[in-house]
Design a protein around this ligand. Structure first.
Ligand code: GLP
Length: 263
């Protein structure tokens, strides 16, 4: 796992967006996995800037979002469908036919989950999966105890997650108790993974998932099993890591490694 520690939220967002932009430039018809939450908002804003000012072309990309609340229609302001339109899709030249966000307001969510997995396969699998992390270590809505083999399915939300997400709703009781989420197994099949995290409230879980043992109790530790995972952090989220000096040395001397192994 490559760990990049940046000075603040702005730098974290700039570096994450540049990593995503590089992949889009390299493969125009890339399949992206996308995340919601406060963390990636700055990254999406920077991607929008790169699109507008430098012509980054989204017209051939396909994207699959990680998750959605069960019960919220796509036009609900707290739905992740709405979030993605507001924060990215409405501002870049994506083809709406190639945009997939799980639907949570449907009669047969289980059937939907099978269909969603099949669409990911049909698209050739995810090239780059973007992730945030919940305070309980979840990726997507894969709460503690989710199997590393899990696929897209309905998941009951953990108490801490409901409390954390209550800030977006008028009352905590309005926060849905269930979500449709890609599984840990689905996420692990991505060819590359980029996890971003910021702020002091993420420092404990960031240290645990990067430097602690692999456990389904912290589903982000599954990234230790990924073929290619990069984590971009701000100073605060990185503040409890033990091997900071090593990560910074690797970051500053990456050109030496790249010279030896190529791209
Ligand atoms: C939700 C989402 C996750 C996200 C997490 C953290 O639970 N399902 O995908 O990573 O929130 O959100 P934030 O970035 O707002 O801290």
């Amino acid at each position: 796992m490559e760990v990049i520690i940046t000075s603040d939220y702005e730098e974290m967002s700039r570096i994450s967006a540049e990593l995503i932009a590089q992949e889009i430039r390299y493969k125009h018809d890339i399949v992206l996995g996308l995340a919601t939450g406060d963390t990636p908002v700055g990254t999406y804003q920077e991607l929008i800037r790169i699109h507008k000012e430098e012509g980054l072309d989204f017209s051939k990309i396909t994207s699959f979002n990680l998750d959605e609340y069960v019960g919220l229609p796509p036009l609900h302001p707290n739905s992740y469908n709405y979030f993605m339109k507001e924060n990215l899709f409405n501002h870049v030249n994506v083809n709406p036919a190639n945009i997939y966000v799980p639907q949570g307001h449907i009669e047969d969510p289980e059937h939907f989950c099978f269909w969603y997995e099949a669409q990911i396969q049909k698209a050739g699998g995810i090239d780059l999966q973007v992730l945030g992390i919940g305070r309980d270590g979840h990726i997507g809505f894969n709460e503690p105890g989710s199997s590393f083999a899990s696929r897209t399915r309905i998941k009951a939300l953990y108490k801490e997650t409901i409390e954390d997400n209550a800030r977006f709703f008028s009352h905590q009781d309005d926060v849905p108790r269930f979500a449709v989420t890609m599984g840990v197994g689905t996420i692990l099949e991505a060819r590359k993974i980029l996890l971003i995290a910021n702020g002091e409230k993420k420092a404990d879980i960031v240290a645990e998932f990067i430097e602690g043992p692999v456990t389904s109790q912290i589903t982000a530790t599954a990234l230790q099993l990924s073929k290619s995972a990069t984590v971009v952090l701000d100073q605060e989220a990185a503040s409890k890591l033990k091997r900071t000096e090593y990560y910074n040395w690797v970051r500053d001397n990456k050109h030496l490694v790249q010279k030896k192994v190529g791209r």
